[in-house]
Write a protein that binds this ligand. Structure first.
Ligand SMILES: Nc1ncnc2c1ncn2[C@@H]1O[C@H](COP(=O)(O)OP(=O)(O)OP(=O)(O)O)[C@@H](O)[C@H]1O
Length: 767
């Protein structure tokens, strides 16, 4: 079963106005349950993005309705031996803590107290139904991840060590070593422990939320059922994640900024994990943050419910889009529903029955040791049989609630299907069945831009899907060749005895392209590069032959490359020259003409149209974006995410660029949570020369500008090859002084340095 992802839109707060509401819940068809979140495009109010979820809860949804529909049906599965994980995700101030913990009044109680209430209810029932043959114990552990360190919330803060508690992997689960566990006899017991522990949790006021959680809080409720010497153990985890925040909106001071960076980083890693899992990557970056290690999304067996909390108002617009993006991808994560194994006790343990004597005894500082380690392990079938024996299967499940809200449980129109008695049968979804996997295609899972469905559809497809469906055009082949030629030229330039500027001499004959690298320099080039060079040279020759243009085409490509490099160095005049030189080799090529024209406009050169050709009429942003996808550029600007990114404009012409657009608004869909990085990117970037670079940005740029292979290789996500390519590229641009990379934005523009690469390197740096 995939992770169940539901969205909850919180009501307006006192200081928010109805006219600012931009997020709404909708349904696919008349009469069907709410499953869609709609939000306008940040750039065009007339366009609307739609995100489909397993269920959507609008502003009027009460705590009880949410719990009854989303959590209560899984209590039975928990007692059958399945682990259940519920986590709240969303931007700061969107209602995660309200959803998980809730308020003090009965009706305001959140998921956690209601969960405990139901667990105790069911536990008591099991004991009663089995005449005490089965005892049920509940034990709690509660900890927070603050600044990427794990602290036990059941211990007083004085006991904390600066390093926090270590994590360890055991039997496929991540364990917090040295975490305390408290036996909990009844709801009163729980309330006392929970209240006390929450006082230990780090919260603080930020501009966006007066009681902002500065840590991720994880409550584990361990349920142990013992029948004779058979022990069945399962865990319900309720996780209140800290919210991502854009520090330009929070007015955070230094301490809050450090917290914020840690929060944002872990959430960024979470979004990367979600992306990697949904792409089917082999490597999922769980280990890059403690939160993702513990959450182990897609790794843990059992049932996982993600509650996406959303604020309905415009001030959260881009942040909301970003979290909608991440969570709609999370739906594709498959979780194996496997019951925990039943084990036999040895030596016999003294169990304090629920509510019995010793129900509140502390089991101090015991590491969570899965009983699966014990001898005589049985399979899940036995567990199911035991569970069956322990309860009457045909009796319908009650939606228990000790906290009976005064109002009759007017649960939403969503049909609540009771959990199945036997977990070996496929469980029914809580709402009307979601679409089958086959139809749950990328298009379904991603937002559809209603006004432009076709275009949006194409943009929102993951790259591999696009590759499958779009045949490689001649222009794309050219782009590929251009890129390869760039590598050859860069390597060649390296091989020249002195650093030479980009040659501006007239076209050289084709054989020069394939000229072997001088012997004295060959040793410096690895065998692999050599092999690649030869293959590329052969390919260029083939291309030229295919084209019938002989040397001309390659020469034209060379000019294009030189133009690109000039552009990257900010030398628009030289770029224009090179594009113009390339034009005779690609007569009438509209894209090239477009580039020339835009550069001329930019440089203020009023000209007749080159070669008498008229510029293509498509001059809007959208067209440019489309053209950039498969033209000469091939410059990696095509990594759109679900169409929710700001538009990408040509570097010559339209401003702002995507980077600028997302900075301005304070969010991006790909790395919503790395606003510190974005800040770093802009702080010394093209846009923000006046703003000093952050220490981390400086450090990253210093490493890059050092051109030291060992240092660059040490950057996160950089291998030897990438590091060498970067050095080659820098050397090609000029010497260390004149061609210094001054900002992350500039760094991102270098060939082979996509946003992701830079983000990873940045995130991996410790200052
Ligand atoms: N469903 C709701 N009904 C009423 N009030 C709500 C609801 N959801 C959130 N709120 C209110 O919104 C404010 C912010 O909510 P909350 O503190 O839960 O946000 P959060 O996402 O946990 O923020 P952070 O990540 O900063 O901790 C609180 O005042 C809370 O009472």
């Amino acid at each position: 079963m995939s992770v169940r992802v539901v969205a909850r839109i919180r009501p307006l707060l006192e200081n928010e106005l109805e006219k600012d509401v931009i997020v709404r819940a909708d349904r696919i068809a008349e009469g069907s349950p709410l499953t869609v979140v709609k939000i306008p495009s940040p750039k065009n109010e007339a366009e609307e993005f739609s995100f489909a979820f397993n269920s959507v809860y609008d502003r009027a949804t009460s705590q009880e309705e949410l719990f009854t529909a989303e959590v209560a049906p899984h209590i039975k599965a928990l007692f059958q031996g399945l682990d259940v994980t519920i986590f709240a995700y969303g931007v700061t101030g969107t209602g995660k803590t309200h959803t998980m913990r809730g308020g003090l009044r009965l009706a305001e109680r959140g998921v956690i107290p209601r969960l405990l209430s139901n667990v105790f209810r069911r536990g008591k029932k099991i004991m009663k139904d089995t005449n005490g043959n089965t005892t049920v114990e509940v034990a709690l552990s509660y900890y927070e991840i603050y600044n990427d360190k794990v602290y036990d919330l059941l211990e007083p803060p004085e006991k904390r060590t600066p390093a926090g508690l270590p994590l360890r992997e055991k039997d496929g689960k991540t364990i917090v070593v040295g975490l305390s566990e408290r036996s909990c006899g009844d709801l009163k017991d729980f309330e006392r422990i929970y209240l006390e522990a929450n006082n230990n949790r780090v919260t603080a006021a930020t501009k966006l939320n007066a009681h902002s959680s500065r840590s991720h809080a994880i409550l584990r409720v361990k349920v142990t059922q013992t029948t004779g010497d058979m022990v069945k153990e399962s865990t319900a985890s309720a996780i209140d994640l800290a919210g991502s925040e854009d520090n330009r909106r929070t007015d955070n001071g230094k301490e809050r900024l450090v917290e914020s960076a840690a929060i944002n980083k872990s959430l960024f890693v979470l979004s990367q994990c979600i992306d990697a899992i949904s792409r089917g990557d082999k490597r999922i970056p769980y280990r890059e943050s403690k939160m993702t290690r513990i959450l182990s999304l897609g790794q843990n067996n059992g049932i996982t419910i993600m509650i996406l909390n959303l604020a309905p108002v415009r001030s959260y617009h881009l942040d909301t889009l970003s979290s909608l993006n991440v969570s709609s991808r999370a739906k594709r994560i498959e979780v194996r529903e496997i019951e925990n194994e039943v084990v036999f006790k040895q030596p016999p343990r003294t169990n304090s029955a629920l509510g019995g004597v010793g129900g509140g005894t502390n089991i101090q500082r015991q590491p969570l040791r899965p009983l699966a380690n014990a001898h005589n392990v049985h399979t899940g079938a036995l567990a199911a049989a035991a569970a069956k024996a322990a309860e009457k299967p045909d009796k319908p499940v009650k939606a228990f609630s000790v906290y009976t809200d005064k109002k009759p449980a007017a649960v939403s129109a969503r049909p609540v299907v009771p959990a199945t008695a036997n977990s070996s049968q496929p469980r029914q979804p809580v709402v009307a069945p979601p679409p089958k996997r086959a139809s749950e295609s990328a298009a379904d899972l991603r937002p559809s831009k209603l006004a432009r469905p076709t275009q949006q559809h194409a943009l929102s497809r993951p790259p591999q899907v696009q590759q499958q469906q779009v045949p490689i055009s001649a222009a794309q082949i050219e782009a590929m060749v251009e890129k390869k030629v760039a590598e050859i030229l860069a390597t060649r330039t390296m091989a020249l005895p002195t650093q030479q500027p980009v040659p501006t001499q007239p076209p050289q004959p084709q054989p020069e392209q394939a000229e072997p690298i001088p012997n004295q320099n060959q040793n410096q080039i690895s065998e692999e590069v050599q092999r690649r060079l030869e293959a590329l040279e052969r390919r260029i020759e083939n291309e030229s032959r295919k084209d019938g243009g002989g040397s001309g085409r390659s020469e034209g490509l060379r000019f294009l490359l030189q133009a690109r490099q000039a552009k990257e160095c900010g030398d628009d005049a030289a770029a224009l020259q090179f594009y113009e030189k390339a034009l005779p080799f690609f007569p009438g090529e509209k894209k090239l003409l477009g580039k020339i024209e835009r550069l001329r406009v930019k440089l203020g050169i009023t000209t007749a149209k080159a070669e008498g050709d008229s510029l293509p009429e498509r001059s809007g942003r959208k067209e440019r974006k489309r053209r950039d996808g498969g033209g000469y550029d091939g410059d990696g600007h095509g990594d759109y995410q679900d169409g929710t990114e700001a538009d990408v404009d040509d570097d010559e012409g339209g401003k702002p660029s995507r980077v600028k657009a997302s900075r301005k608004k304070g969010s991006s869909s790909s790395s919503s949570s790395s606003s510190d990085l974005k800040q770093g990117a802009s702080s010394a970037g093209h846009d923000g020369e006046d703003v000093p670079a952050t220490p981390r940005t400086k450090k990253l740029l210093d490493i890059v500008n050092s051109r030291d292979l060992a240092l660059i290789k040490g950057l996160h996500g950089f291998g030897a090859k990438k590091a060498q390519d970067l050095i080659d590229c820098l050397n090609f641009r000029g010497d260390e002084e004149s061609a210094r990379v001054a900002s992350l934005a500039q760094l991102k523009m270098l060939p082979g340095m996509g946003s992701r690469t830079i983000e990873r390197a940045y995130e991996g740096l410790v200052v």
